[in-house]
Design a protein around this ligand. Structure first.
Ligand SMILES: [Zn+2]
Length: 510
């Protein structure tokens, strides 16, 4: 395991505030770091562990040691306790970070998944104009050349190519047609063909080779996919029943399992649910190890102290909460609350925690404000994430998320089970999240309201009893929906094919 050794000395956090004595970031503003000013603009490295939910990382209080390296980054930087994504699925979430827009503004949704619009003004473009070398190493096929994800980057590495996906799916479907379903499942579960997630070690090695060229300043995005289904059968670190876990993996990988379960075609026993969590946690640990190697490399090459390192995710993952398996479909906490840890000795004192609300795509503005400011003093950076250590600054009062309709997946679920009734999943959904409440509004008029302090699992909707709260958030949402809405972009036929391939590979459609 690569636990990197810190180079920097650090100041201890001080002061408590907020409910429950959470160590708050009412810590002294970090002193301007002389290395930052000598060096010029800081580098920025955003590391995404796709599908990582915050509450499954040790530094967020999870009982299992799933994240020793992320914990270490957090202990040397700042952990944001409540970071909310704009959308609970990859294409829209990454597009929000890149464009600093919500899904109804950038138009990348689940149904007309298409290449990101050429005209989208992107973060790497803006950073390039500020003198940054920009690169992206993506294992997520929604952040790929095929989706125009490469635009704006000086260097873009996408290990998967659309032809590979198409060949993969053709082989699998031929195999099934010829009666080799069991073989197809086996191949997929062995990941001989299910390479759709890429390989995190390769991604880290590729990133290291780019970083070794010592571009200054650089902006990098690295996307690791381990916790995303399908799962690797060799990762059983937390499985108490290894034989059962392997058997389960043969079942779960390659049979459109999540869609089958959500459609009511298959039910999972409690034992299988437990095994799914064991395996997911082991995948998190694997991503954490790879991420540790990358941070370790920055340290060994003396770049770490000049680099803002962000560790985060695009969305969470559900294991049966609110009837959802995998991701998409729901705007509840398990899918919208993502980890966010930021490290740079000049900006965030070691071991600080920020309890306020932030939005995942606040990263966009943070990167811009850091790049645009020639002043290395942290208090000269206006943006929230860099102000986390400032006791006079408070974060967002609310965040917004939205979930467009996934009609292709719903159609597939209906094919699996003609009696399947998708309910609110057939409607675009919107959510407002404050410190205390989550309000969800579906476009069929259905509403949900949860008191997150009393009911963190969002088990009991209180919308009928709290009409004034509903009215407040409903008004807020109405204004939000009007803000910068763009017409949905037309789906491009080749992109339609690509998205279908992708959904097939991930088991959401057949
Ligand atoms: Zn994702």
């Amino acid at each position: 395991m690569a636990l990197y050794l810190p180079r920097m000395g650090s100041s201890a956090p001080s002061g408590l505030c907020g409910a429950g004595g959470i160590p708050r970031a009412s810590i002294p503003v970090a002193k301007a770091n002389s290395m930052t000013s000598d060096y010029g603009k800081p580098n920025i490295l955003l590391i995404f562990v796709d599908s990582a939910r915050a509450d499954h990382l040790s530094c967020y209080g999870y009982a299992r040691p799933t994240s020793p390296n992320i914990d270490r980054v957090a202990s040397e930087g700042c952990l944001f306790e409540t970071c909310i994504t704009a959308a609970p699925f990859s294409p829209a979430s990454y597009a929000s970070i890149i464009s600093n827009q919500y899904p109804h503004q950038h138009g990348v949704n689940g149904d007309t998944v298409r290449a990101w619009p050429q005209e989208m003004v992107r973060l790497p473009q803006k950073l390039r104009s500020q003198g940054y070398f920009t690169f992206c190493v993506s294992n997520n096929s929604f952040v790929s050349r095929a989706m125009n994800g490469h635009l704006g980057f000086d260097e873009f590495v996408d290990p998967r190519t659309p032809w590979f996906l198409r060949v993969q799916n053709r082989i699998m479907s031929q195999c099934r047609k010829l009666g080799g379903a069991a073989l197809a499942d086996r191949l997929e579960s062995r990941r001989l063909l299910a390479k759709d997630k890429g390989n995190s070690r390769d991604a880290v090695r590729t990133s290291q080779s780019i970083l070794a060229r010592n571009h200054r300043p650089f902006f990098g995005m690295v996307i690791l996919m381990d916790p995303h289904a399908l799962y690797d059968p060799s990762r059983l670190d937390f499985a108490r029943d290894r034989r059962g876990a392997r058997r389960f993996l043969r079942t779960i990988n390659g049979r459109q399992m999540w869609a089958r379960v959500m459609a009511g075609r298959t039910s999972l026993t409690r034992e299988y649910t437990r095994l799914a969590l064991d395996i997911y946690d082991a995948e998190l640990l694997h991503a954490d190890r790879c991420l540790g190697e990358l941070v370790d490399f920055l340290d060994r090459t003396h770049q770490l102290e000049h680099t803002i390192v962000a560790v985060t995710s695009d969305h969470g993952e559900a294991f049966g909460e609110h009837g959802v398996w995998g991701h998409g479909f729901s705007l509840h906490e398990c899918l919208t609350r993502v980890p966010l840890v930021l490290r740079h000795p000049g900006f965030w004192p070691s071991g600080s925690r920020f309890p306020g609300l932030v939005q995942l795509h606040d990263l966009h503005e943070m990167c811009l404000s850091v790049a645009e400011s020639g002043d290395p003093r942290p208090d000269q950076y206006p943006h929230c994430l860099t102000q986390a250590a400032n006791p006079d600054w408070s974060a967002r009062h609310v965040t917004f998320s939205e979930m467009p309709v996934q009609s292709k997946t719903i159609r597939f679920m209906r094919e699996l089970n003609p009696a399947f009734e998708p309910g609110v999943w057939s409607y675009h959904s919107w959510a407002v999240r404050s410190a205390d409440w989550r309000y969800i509004q579906h476009d069929n008029g259905t509403q949900e309201l949860y008191d997150l302090r009393a009911d963190p699992g969002e088990a009991c909707s209180l919308h009928s009893e709290n009409r004034d709260v509903v009215a407040t958030y409903s008004d807020m949402l109405a204004r939000h929906r009007m803000s910068g809405a763009t017409k949905a972009y037309e789906a491009d036929e080749s992109q339609e094919r690509l998205i279908l391939d992708r959904l097939r590979a991930l088991g959401y459609v057949e």
